[in-house]
Design a protein around this ligand. Sequence first.
Ligand code: ADP
Length: 465
Amino acid sequence: MFTYVLIILLTLFLLSVYILSSLKEYFYEREKVTMFTKANVVAEVITSKGDIASADITDMIDVTSATKDLFIDKPMRLLVLDTQSMVLYDNDTTNSLKDKIFIKDTVKSALVGITSNSVYQNENASYSMDAAIPVLKDGTTVGVIYLRQSLQDVTDFLHDTQSSLVTLSLIISIMIAVLSALLAGVVTSPLARFTQVADAVAAGNFNQRMDVHGKDEIARLGVAFNTMSQHLMVLEEKRKMFVSDASHELKTPLSTIKLLSESILQSPDIDPEMVREFLVDMNNEVDRLNRIIERLLELTKNDSAHNRAEFETVNVNRLLEVIVRKLRPLAKERGIALSFAHSAEDEVEMLLDKDKIYEAVYNIVDNSIKYTEQGGAVGIRLSTDLNSTIIEIEDNGIGIPKEETGRIFDRFYRVDKARARTTGGTGLGLAIASDAVNLHGGHIEVISEEGVGSRFIIILPYAGK
Ligand code: ADP
């Protein structure tokens, strides 16, 4: 508001100065022209009537009504001087200057043949304008016509105009001040509300939303802000869920271990065979805890902002062969045929983070073996298209219910918790796999039917070698 008022005031001030100086110049110029015209008329009258030195100038001027009329509308002092600067005629009723020597700069200039005029200040601080022209006879200066008049009316007019401009400027400034204060209110009130909501969101209150009206910049900012807090809310929900799931998952094996150890401690004459059985169970639970913690560490490492894929040229055929070799004993143990085929003509080589992709494919093949009944088959297929490398893992196992396929990549999500526990699942394998593939700019698709089997398709954009 202050800035507005200041700018407007400055503009009005400069405009007023300009208007006043233009008006002053215009009026002075007009007065000057009028004075010279009148002086010329008088000079013309004198020279046409006779000789300035010998004739009776008073008569000459007085009898000429035209000349007299010149000075009726605006009183003006008229002096006629001879070449010695002596006043031959004075139109003032007192005739006070008659026969006196009258010296003025304008008169001096006129005596040497130069028309001149000036504006000067009187003792009473009012302004006057004078003008003097030479009276010429046959090309020589025979006298001077001197005119003087007060500029009081011009000064008064300029003064009035100045007062009007000042009043106008004040009125405009007040109006601008009121208007800009109102406008500032309109602009700042949504921003103030915005700040309130942003503070609330910053304090963890993610369900706060901006009220969005219209389509202006502030409304767009509001929409973007609401989208951001919506994302934050989802993230926060996921975080809370993760923490509670993780605690639960860690607590379950710990409770089992606690229960088993207490049973041993509280039964002094327990059968050593039973103790051994309990210890085996405890050992399994410790292994399970270890597995969960390792995977959790893996996941948090993937979550960290510094997590970058470390790309190297990887022969994907070799990588898959290693995985098959590693998992073959497990497949054999469960009576499942594990095979690998590749439809690409050449071997596929591309830039990948080898460890991460290894982990991703391993987890998916491991799942297929785990969730397939004895006598089933798991096949891995490698192919390429124009801009991606495709790794498919297919099994004819238990399959996944349609409504669950969207959630199996969530952390700790398992379709059948009891079954997953017996297979040693942690619910983190697919979350780790999808993180790894996403990091490469790819994605994993699932096609599955309950009781028929599942197909996991890893699509990796080809990033050169
Ligand atoms: P888990 O360690 O329990 O296997 P994952 O994240 O690897 O955890 O998998 C999540 C869930 O998805 C599994 O618990 C299982 O219910 C389901 N699942 C994954 N792969 C298969 C598959 N090949 N066949 C059937 N179900 C599967």
